[in-house]
Design a protein around this ligand. Structure first.
Ligand SMILES: NC(=O)c1ccc[n+]([C@@H]2O[C@H](COP(=O)([O-])OP(=O)(O)OC[C@H]3O[C@@H](n4cnc5c(N)ncnc54)[C@H](OP(=O)(O)O)[C@@H]3O)[C@@H](O)[C@H]2O)c1
Length: 326
């Protein structure tokens, strides 16, 4: 079978399309015929060796997958050949997913409803599980909450906005001016240009005098001061990403203490049960149209390096995916 592998850590030049043996599932594994792969910036981090090594090289690139189970290990009771599945979190402890097949732990796979394409399932796996883990599990998202979601046309952000709108929340979402702002507004959010020089004031106006109960923060080093400007009594800031050190003035910190603002870090690196629960619920939201993935571009396996480079550029609307022929 074909697989995109690397024999040493490094940039995209270490990625090679190779012919390797089709894997055999272990007792608790499922063998998945991969039909689509979500392409994530973290795939490059793992390839570069920026995360502590968990597997020996060579390794296959890739974190997400959607496809069909073709075989299961003898201890697997929850899946059978023919099942449509999707999953995330592979490629670090487990085999990667830029390949025609992967033998992965069965308990990390969730059912993909018949009406949802493999492409759409793959597009939202990691980003959807991240959004779910932050908003629903860490943030206890509740009907009627006022939410501020940053990066509203990014991978995580575009799913998070749709989850929150679908849950009956009032949502303000930041995005780049122009088409990205139109997209978040079509999702049902009030859009704010994250590049505005008056961001705190613009957020205040968009929130129409309310405090944000929940903030999903993707770029904390740039936005934390603005977030603190629009949070209030018992607000929660869910911090999932920062591009540098976090800074907070003494006055902002005191204000946040008095308001008991809760700053929580959130990560997708949770348990298989939580991944399965998040992707199981997300599958229903994909099937009923509450969440519609944005796919910026689809590549073939042979162009995997270009796909991963594209996924790391600014201005991508939603997700880059790799689709494999059936
Ligand atoms: N904790 C976790 O488990 C976890 C999991 C996945 C991702 N993350 C983190 O979450 C963040 C988003 O990931 P992603 O996969 O959604 O990335 P992505 O697809 O690259 O999307 C990022 C989005 O944020 C926008 N953006 C850039 N600077 C911004 C700013 N200062 N304020 C608001 N929005 C801004 C980008 O707009 P432009 O297109 O205009 O640049 C883009 O739309 C990253 O920091 C990533 O590391 C964390």
């Amino acid at each position: 079978m074909d697989a995109v592998r690397y024999h040493e850590h490094g940039d995209e030049s270490v990625m090679q399309l190779e012919t390797v043996e089709k894997p055999t599932p272990g007792p608790t594994d499922a063998l998945v015929e991969i039909r689509a792969v979500g392409v994530n910036p973290v795939d490059a981090k793992i390839r570069e060796g920026a995360l502590p090594a968990k597997r020996e090289l060579p390794q296959t690139v890739g974190t997400d997958l959607a496809g069909r189970v073709t075989a299961v290990g003898d201890k697997v009771e929850t899946l059978e050949p023919g099942d449509r599945v999707y999953g995330t979190g592979f490629g670090w402890h487990d085999p990667g997913t830029y390949a025609e097949y992967a033998a992965v732990p069965a308990d990390r796979l969730a059912p993909l409803p018949e009406s949802v394409s493999f492409r759409d399932g793959a597009a939202v796996a990691l980003v959807g599980a991240t959004a779910w883990q932050a908003l629903v599990r860490r943030g206890s998202l509740t009907v009627g909450d006022t939410c501020l979601i940053h990066g509203g046309t990014g991978g995580v952000g575009h799913v998070a906005v749709q989850i929150a709108v679908g849950a009956g929340c009032q949502v303000v979402a930041t995005a780049r001016a122009g088409r990205p702002l139109e997209i978040v507004e079509n999702f049902g959010a009030v859009g704010v240009n994250y590049r505005s020089s008056t961001l705190p004031k613009d957020l205040e106006t968009a929130l129409d005098g309310r405090s944000a109960d929940l903030v999903l923060e993707t770029h904390a080093s740039e936005n934390l001061t603005a977030d603190l400007h629009v949070t209030g009594r018992d607000s929660t800031i869910l911090l999932i990403g920062t591009q540098g050190p976090l800074e907070m003035s003494g006055g902002d910190a005191l204000g946040a203490m008095l308001d008991r603002v809760d700053v929580r870090f959130s990560s997708i690196m949770t348990s298989p049960e939580i991944h399965r629960e998040a992707l199981g619920r997300l599958g229903q939201l994909l099937a009923d149209g509450t969440v519609t993935p944005l796919v910026a571009e689809s590549y073939g396996l042979v162009d995997a390096a270009a796909a991963l480079e594209h996924a790391q550029t600014s201005g991508v609307l939603g997700k880059v995916v790799i689709e494999l022929d059936s």
